[in-house]
Design a protein around this ligand. Structure first.
Ligand SMILES: Cc1cc2nc3c(=O)[nH]c(=O)nc-3n(C[C@H](O)[C@H](O)[C@H](O)COP(=O)(O)OP(=O)(O)OC[C@H]3O[C@@H](n4cnc5c(N)ncnc54)[C@H](O)[C@@H]3O)c2cc1C
Ligand code: SF4
Length: 480
């Protein structure tokens, strides 16, 4: 293939992602983005300037070798590109779909200075899908078993990536998961239309084929404590239990029927398949032709409101107390939600829910806001506008204002230090206050991102390896 000059490369426009039509997709749960074709992928890859100083890598929390994999895509070596990505990221099909690339690798891509950045995430997704469809499971090289056992608590991205690295290093790895399905938020939180569950299951199956043992329906802190795991043969424990405890606003009426946390709403739809009603008779209020209000402006809020739309809601509202600029959700999700007909009520917040005589939600009292000075988060603080209250008819509300950590592990492990929000205190390497116990992902940082959780899992795997080598391998004296 002829080599293009940088000037010629800069003239190639960023290739659009093929998508389902908005008015069709808001009635189904199939994936919204359809993925690049090989032709689109190669054309997009040709936009990469193959920089000597790779700013894109600096933006990636797990330091995927972005330039090198894109160069392979440009010449049509898609499997070589997949191998290159997997040197640093075991779950590219997932990250290519849900990572906020616009704030990470793409924001620092040099082509973005004068035009649009290279679509790094879309290329990552293409390469991972190409390998899965055309080759299937590629067994990673495993070191022979060293006989040491590690328990991982939680099967979200932090737990899975830690398990993937440790099994390759020769450890015997068991993942304990409280739910009956594996995958953490990837399975119970992020909906099918953004991240097909088959893809998550495929990645987990691959880990099982590599030898990771998974035990579901096992709530550590109830079935066994961390101390019991350590005295029952596990040499180290990695805690990756996420941030699954939903916050509420503590306003009147939150106990009415029809008020859900986003976790509960999404779990019922994703895990219990409420979207395949009546085939699956899931215990969720039927929102068909009803008014649904989702409170919040993050990815969780967008997932909940777009889910409600797909379940047939007449009006699905986002109610967010700051302006759109401050919304933490990915730009793509906000854009997709609007295209699908979600109504955005910006600079507004509920102050009370009103129910009928049977305890069912029927309206919310909403107050309007204006933006004041920046608060501790750096975003401008919402200030209520006196006298601006009004009533909005709603049948269901989904509260998506954030999550905290479940206290079960800390309550049953007294020598594990936590901060005032209940997050486990761990340093960058994943080490905690308790010997042999490591932690990472949302349980340490609070609600963050998939890639940060994965990075934490990988760091912890390295630290656990160093810890166990130091503890069990004979230290040789220098010979002089
Ligand atoms: C709806 C939603 C949408 C999101 N969208 C995005 C997105 O688009 N992009 C992005 O990057 N991030 C997104 N996030 C955030 C991202 O999913 C999380 O940051 C990430 O999943 C954290 O990974 P984790 O492994 O730390 O925890 P989790 O994924 O929460 O997994 C923790 C697991 O531990 C299990 N567990 C908890 N306690 C115990 C126990 N005592 N014993 C055994 N198992 C236990 C839980 O059941 C769970 O399966 C989203 C989050 C939500 C909720
Ligand atoms: S910064 Fe952008 S153009 Fe440069 S190597 Fe990375 S992806 Fe390619």
């Amino acid at each position: 293939m002829e080599k293009l000059s940088n000037k010629e490369k800069m003239k190639i426009p960023r290739q659009p992602m093929p998508e389902q039509d908005p008015l069709k997709r808001n009635t189904n749960f199939s994936e919204v983005n359809l993925g690049f074709t090989p032709e689109l992928a190669q054309k997009e890859a040709m936009r990469c300037l193959e920089c000597k100083t790779q700013h894109c890598i600096e933006g990636c929390p797990v330091r995927v070798q972005i330039r090198d994999f894109i160069t392979l895509v440009a010449v049509g070596d898609f499997l070589g590109a997949a191998r290159k990505i997997k040197e640093d990221n075991l779950l590219p099909a997932i990250c290519g779909r849900v990572c906020p690339q616009e704030e990470q690798c793409e924001i620092v891509c040099v082509t973005g200075k004068k035009g649009d950045p290279v679509a790094i995430g879309r290329l990552e997704r293409f390469v991972a899908d190409y390998e899965r469809v055309n080759v299937g499971f590629v067994k990673q090289e495993l070191k022979p078993s060293n006989g040491r056992k590690v328990a991982i608590i939680g099967s979200g991205p932090a737990g899975l990536s830690c398990a993937g690295d440790l099994i390759q290093m020769g450890y015997e790895v068991t993942v304990f998961e409280a739910l009956h399905e594996l995958g953490g938020v990837l399975i119970y939180g992020i909906p099918e239309f953004r991240l097909p569950k088959d893809i998550v299951k495929y990645e987990i199956d691959n880990l099982a084929k590599m030898g990771v043992e998974f035990i579901t329906n096992s709530v550590i802190g109830r079935t066994d404590t961390i101390d019991e795991l350590l005295s029952n043969g596990y040499d180290a424990v990695f805690v990756a239990t996420g941030a699954g405890l939903p916050y509420f606003m503590d306003i009147p009426g939150e106990n009415l029927i029809g008020v859900y946390s986003a976790n509960e709403f999404l779990t019922r739809v994703n895990l219990m398949k409420a979207y395949r009603f009546p085939e699956f008779d899931s215990p969720i209020i039927n929102v068909k032709n009803k008014n649904v209000a989702v409170i919040g402006g993050g990815n969780t809020a967008m997932d909940a409101v777009r889910t409600a739309k797909r379940l047939g809601a007449k009006n699905s509202y986002i109610i967010y107390r700051r302006s759109e600029k401050e919304m933490p959700a990915r730009i793509e999700e906000v854009h997709h939600a609007k295209e699908e007909g979600v109504i955005f009520k910006i600079l507004e917040a509920p102050t009370e829910y009103i129910g009928d005589e049977n305890g069912w939600l029927k309206a919310a009292k909403i107050i309007k806001m204006e933006l004041g000075e920046p608060d501790a988060s750096g975003r401008r603080r919402p200030v209520p506008l006196k006298g601006s209250e009004y009533y909005l008819d709603i049948d269901v509300t989904v509260v998506a204002i954030g999550n905290g950590s479940n206290p079960l592990i800390s309550q049953t492990t007294p020598d594990l230090n936590v901060n005032k929000w209940g997050n486990i205190l761990a340093d960058e390497s994943g080490a905690t206050s308790k010997e042999g116990v490591f932690a990472g992902g949302d349980i340490v940082t609070g609600g963050a991102t998939v890639i940060l959780a994965m990075g934490a899992g990988r760091n912890a795997a390295k630290t656990i390896d160093e810890y166990l080598k130091k503890k069990y391998e004979p230290q040789t004296e220098p010979v002089n």
